[in-house]
Write a new protein. Structure first.
Ligand code: AP5
Length: 219
């Protein structure tokens, strides 16, 4: 079953996608990571997306939907949609895409309080090539500033400043939070919740239980 991760910036979507990818062989499709790759390669899409991302605003739907269609291609793997959809238009496009490919999905809402998010994001360090993330306090790398797996340098994302985080959270509440209601009413995609306020390994345990046990509600 494909998974749709819904949650605000810093909820732990990317962290948990990596856990499930490793444990169950999912393919993580993170629209944020794909956009950052386009930016690094200076593609037309990357150049167009850049200003929106730097301001903490959502990139326009038409660009994102085309990008996801291209990335998904004919892959037969089960996918974790991480950070997509983020608007009702994107959710409708994903419904159509999944239906065309005969795929089903479960939406997982990461329930978390706003007041932990800024601390999670300003303390985050990322291994850019893989999208692997660490946190100075909650999940430190073995050697500060160095990726455990490759030994390469970690970086801090330029949009993880307090000012940009405020815009990202406002965008989330205005445009993405309504998707919880969208999936609650969906006749085809079931909605389940995880308590994403718990420590990383306990959130992972909830998700592993859900995936192993057929997607009951863990929270
Ligand atoms: P994107 O890269 O998707 O960023 P985001 O949604 O803001 O999500 P984050 O990656 O910041 O959070 P996360 O939930 O993955 O948290 P993580 O696991 O890293 O998007 C960036 C930009 O691209 C957007 O602003 C937009 O411009 C554009 N964009 C992307 N997709 C788009 C779309 N579909 N439409 C339009 N525009 C789009 O965890 C965060 C930190 O907390 C880490 O340090 C981690 O170690 C720590 N942590 C995780 N879980 C816990 C826990 N349980 N307890 C304590 N610490 C934890």
């Amino acid at each position: 079953m494909n998974l749709i991760f819904l949650g605000p910036p810093g909820a732990g979507k990317g962290t948990q996608a990596k856990v499930l990818e490793e444990r169950f062989g999912y393919q993580q499709l993170s629209t944020g990571d794909i956009l950052r790759r386009h930016r690094a390669e200076k593609t037309p899409l990357g150049l167009e997306a850049q200003a929106y991302m730097d301001r903490g605003e959502l990139v326009p739907d038409d660009l994102i939907i085309r990008m996801v269609e291209t990335e998904l291609g004919a892959s037969g793997a089960e996918v974790i949609f991480d950070g997509f959809p983020r608007t009702v238009a994107q959710a409708e496009a994903l419904d159509a895409l999944l239906a065309r490919q005969g795929r089903g999905a479960v939406a997982i809402a990461f329930d978390v309080d706003n007041d932990v998010l800024t601390e999670r994001l300003t303390g985050r360090w990322t291994h850019a090539p893989s999208g692997r993330t660490y946190h100075v306090k909650h999940n430190p790398p073995r050697i500060a500033g160095i990726d455990d797996v490759t030994g390469e340098a970690l970086m801090q994302r330029p949009d993880d400043t307090e000012e940009t985080i405020r815009t990202r959270l406002a965008e989330y509440h205005a445009k993405t939070a309504p998707l919880v209601g969208y999936y609650r009413k969906s006749p085809v995609t079931k909605l389940v919740h995880v308590n994403a306020l718990e420590p990383i390994d306990l959130v992972s345990a909830q998700l592993v239980n859900m995936v192993s046990g057929g997607m009951g509600d863990a929270a």
